[in-house]
Design a protein around this ligand. Structure first.
Ligand code: GTP
Length: 123
């Protein structure tokens, strides 16, 4: 399985559309503790996926280890994930990145397994 990571900052956003059409699924990562940028993330996410009504969407609500992190129910609402389309598979995970060499959190392992299944289904 090949993953392409495209940055979220402004200069990289023009690449999103280009690569989405070649991808089997979209993994969209947001910083759960950066409350001020969630409206911007919501806007760009919906603009991006409106061109492809069936591509599966996996959202990582990252940085769940930070005290200021929104719970995934708040992320669901802030990103309007109930509006991503009835024909689309959509999954939301609360994630946090591990320190060097430490154990992979179970949510990350579940997400990895799910992504492998979704990619296989789309092939
Ligand atoms: N506390 C905490 N910090 C994290 C987590 N994930 C990433 N970071 C930190 O957040 C900072 C930004 O990480 P990047 O992966 O460069 O951020 P990014 O938003 O993907 O950057 P672009 O790819 O350019 O969009 C780094 O200092 C990371 O160590 C996490 O789960 N928890």
């Amino acid at each position: 399985m090949e993953f392409l990571e495209i940055g979220g900052s402004e200069p990289f956003r023009s690449y999103w559309d280009m690569y989405l059409s070649k991808g089997l699924l979209l993994i969209f990562v947001v910083d759960s503790a950066d409350h001020g940028r969630l409206p911007e993330a919501k806007k760009h996410l919906h603009q991006l996926i409106e061109t492809n009504p069936i591509i599966p969407l996996v959202v990582f609500a990252n940085k769940q280890d930070l005290g200021a992190a929104y719970h995934i129910t708040d992320i669901h609402e802030a990103l309007a994930l109930s509006e991503v389309g009835n024909d689309r598979k959509m999954f939301l995970f609360g994630t946090q990145v591990t320190e060097n060499g430490s154990e992979i959190p179970s949510a990350m392992q579940d997400a990895k397994d799910l992504i492998a299944h979704l990619a296989a289904d789309m092939q």
